[in-house]
Design a protein around this ligand. Structure first.
Ligand SMILES: *[C@@H]1O[C@H](CO)[C@@H](O)[C@H](O)[C@H]1NC(C)=O
Ligand SMILES: *[C@@H]1O[C@H](CO)[C@@H](O)[C@H](O)[C@H]1NC(C)=O
Length: 475
């Protein structure tokens, strides 16, 4: 090309012996390129104009008589607006520029013995992406092509209008006509890619949009999903709209192992594929238990590539405790199986009016709240809301139903009391029985003492009779 270019320029020079300028023009493929050719507006008549391309011959020509000619394959794409001729502007417009249009052009304006020649180098820029459906995890090439390549130019990349610093480094373009960014496809690569080429004070640009496909929700691994004990929860796993994963699988991961599935099966209330849409592989748990906390993984295959997403289910519960000296108060504590993302806790009292309209009452900061169990005002729902850096993560509610009756620990307290009452009654009964027995014994002993007296009487009576009989026998 440089040799062709040199010869072309030399011939143009020799033929015209006029002053000549060189201009650089960048145009993105598909756009309209304007190749400038401006002379001083001195001409009373329309001159002869010839636009030609190195090695390609005539692009467009206008004779003095006003007839226009187009070179082969240029018709319809090329025009030189008449309206600007009076101002000495003979710029050429090329619509829908293609890679093959890149090269050296010359504009030759001839008027009598006056000849003006302008040389314009058109460089066509284009950003192309290696794969039309870049799936997460695969290698992606984003290349900036400039035809012809401006040797010595500097190339910058921007992603969504901010400078992009490639992790793998930008490949050197030595001996090639491209500048390539090679990256592993991640969500971070999604957006509008622009390559900016700086050359001889001119700037060329080209852009392309890249949408990395895969699991879009949750967008990151190790996303935490919060659920209250006993509630239902959805574990999200949504693929990009056009993706239909084959062989989708849900697994619970063994604690401590990032990738090893747990030997135990998924929770009993676990169900997957409830969505109508094949790109939505979310799962649900009807009733979360404390033991369900931990890591889960959903996966599916796209074009032979296994895509996975790990997430963590964090379970929240409320612990209620009553001080040993029952002062009629209780302490409710918000407990989560993982608190690494929690920055704040807040307790609210939820009140319902007679019509069932829900409103939020008092608000207290902190992980624990101490409330009076005897106060009727505290009846109803108490909700613990927990917050992370980006706002609310979830909430859990606790019901206080009866005046002095909290569920959970309190009912346990009540059963303690019942046990004590039963025990006391039993003791009383035993005592009563003992007393009754003692009384009975006392009575019996009394009866035994009565008998000797009776015996003596009987005895004396019989003795007297015997004596009397003996006397009668003597007489
Ligand atoms: C309950 O509803 C009735 C009628 O819909 C209304 O007049 C009344 O003000 C409501 N009461 C409360 C406490 O909102
Ligand atoms: C708790 O969370 C649910 C679901 O996000 C919400 O509907 C409810 O209003 C929350 N309750 C409180 C007291 O914030």
């Amino acid at each position: 090309m440089p040799l062709d270019y040199f010869i072309f320029v030399m011939i143009t020079f020799l033929l015209t012996a006029a002053h000549c300028e060189e201009t650089e023009v960048f145009a993105e493929a598909g756009s309209r390129a304007v190749l400038p050719c401006k002379c001083s507006p001195l001409y009373p008549f329309i001159p002869t104009i010839l636009w030609s391309k190195a090695n390609k011959g005539t692009v467009w020509r206008k004779e003095r008589n006003g007839l226009q000619y187009w070179g082969y394959s240029w018709f319809q794409r090329v025009r030189c607006p008449n309206s600007r001729f009076e101002k000495g502007d003979f710029s050429l417009q090329i619509n829908n520029v293609r890679e093959g249009d890149g090269g050296v052009y010359s504009c030759r304006v001839e008027h009598g013995d006056q000849v003006v020649v302008k040389v314009v180098t058109l460089r066509v820029t284009e950003v192309s992406i290696s794969s039309s459906v870049p799936v997460f995890g695969i290698g992606v090439w984003i290349s900036c092509k400039v035809t012809p390549w401006p040797h010595g130019a500097t190339v910058r990349w921007t992603l969504n209008n901010s400078p992009f610093v490639p992790q793998a480094g930008i490949a050197a373009n030595r001996g090639t006509t491209e500048n390539v960014v090679r990256e592993k496809a991640t969500a971070r690569l999604t957006g509008n890619w622009t390559c900016v080429v700086d050359y001889k004070g001119k700037e060329g640009r080209a852009s392309a949009a890249l949408a990395v496909k895969g699991v879009i929700h949750p967008s990151k691994d190790d996303t935490k999903v919060y659920a209250a004990v006993g509630s239902a929860v959805t574990l999200p796993c949504v693929f990009s709209p056009s993706l239909i994963p084959s062989n989708p699988v849900w697994e619970k991961l063994k604690p401590g192992f990032l990738f090893k599935p747990a030997p135990g099966r998924l929770p009993t209330s676990f169900s997957s594929s409830f969505s109508q849409h094949p790109s939505d592989q979310s799962a649900s748990l009807k009733e979360v238990g404390l033991e369900d906390e931990g890591r889960y993984r959903c996966s599916g295959s796209i074009a032979g590539q296994r895509l996975t997403r790990n997430m963590q289910l964090v379970v929240a519960k409320i612990h209620s405790s009553i001080p040993s000296k029952d002062t009629g108060s209780a302490t409710l504590t918000c407990q989560l199986t993982d608190t690494s993302e929690v920055t704040d806790y807040e307790w609210v009292h939820v009140v319902y009016d007679l019509n069932g309209t829900r409103s939020v009452g008092s608000l207290q900061k902190g992980k624990s709240v101490s409330i009076s169990r005897v106060s009727k005002e505290n009846q109803g729902e108490w909700a613990c809301r927990f917050y992370g850096r980006d706002g609310i993560l979830g909430n859990i509610t606790y019901h206080i139903q009866l005046m002095s009756g909290l569920s959970g620990q309190t009912s346990l307290g009540v059963s303690h009391n019942t046990a004590a009452m039963v025990g006391l009654s039993f003791l009383l009964l035993v005592l009563l029985l003992i007393l009754a027995q003692m009384y009975k014994n006392h009575r019996r002993r009394k009866r035994i003492f009565q008998y000797p007296a009776l015996e003596t009487i009987v005895h004396t009576v019989s003795n007297e009779r015997e004596e009397r009989e003996r006397k009668q026998v003597k007489n």
